[in-house]
Design a protein around this ligand. Structure first.
Ligand code: BEZ
Length: 198
């Protein structure tokens, strides 16, 4: 399998964390990709020009991260990261949505910060920050368990991205229970081995 990736992307981290957790990371060939360059081979596989994009051994190009991660669950013989039925499934999917939503908003805010300041940009960035802050507060009230599933992996990658790009903002001060969970959860190989480049 080939993975179009950028080391800074939290969504790529999430996919890599899933491959490591499932013990199949050795089957992935990494293709460094600048999604903003939209090179022909990349957009031929993902017309949205976004990483991550996984090309399966059958040549099927898959995106975005929830689709890729669910595909990875069909490979290997460890327990699925997507609980199959019941309350555990909906809890994990909701946590995935919250983690992905934090990543979406934080990445957008980071991209906007590179543009010249103007009122519309500042308003947009403030809206993105408010969305992240509200979701962190929600997670503080329903901290993930120690179970390694698609929900907890997504939340951990989101928190890791905040540490990576917004280290000056103290989310731990507002969310002590979430911070304590993250500290313990970060020892899992899928998270420990995918810390963003310094
Ligand atoms: C970043 O540099 O923060 C970044 C790069 C690629 C995708 C998402 C985020």
């Amino acid at each position: 399998m080939r993975l179009f990736y950028s080391a800074a992307s939290p969504f790529v981290r999430k996919v890599m964390a899933c491959t490591i957790t499932r013990g199949i990371d050795g089957r992935i060939e990494l293709i460094p990709t600048n999604p903003h360059a939209s090179l022909p081979e990349f957009v031929a596989n993902n017309p949205l020009s976004k990483v991550p994009c996984l090309v399966t051994d059958d040549g099927l190009a898959l995106f975005d991260s929830p689709v890729i991660c669910e595909f990875l669950d069909s490979i290997g013989d460890t327990l699925p990261l997507f609980p199959v039925v019941g309350g555990a499934r909906w809890k994990a999917l909701k946590q995935q949505a919250m983690g992905d939503g934090i990543m979406d908003a934080a990445v957008s805010r980071r991209m906007e910060a590179a543009k010249p300041a103007e009122p519309a940009r500042d308003l947009f960035m403030a809206r993105m920050k408010a969305a992240v802050d509200r979701t962190l507060t929600e997670l503080e009230g329903e901290v993930p368990t120690r179970a390694v599933d698609i929900g907890s992996i997504s939340v951990a990658c989101a928190l890791g991205y905040l540490d990576f790009r917004f280290a000056h903002e103290d989310w731990r001060g507002v969310c002590p229970k979430l911070a304590a969970w993250f500290e313990v959860f970060s020892a899992n190989p899928g998270i420990a081995r995918t810390v963003p480049p310094g």
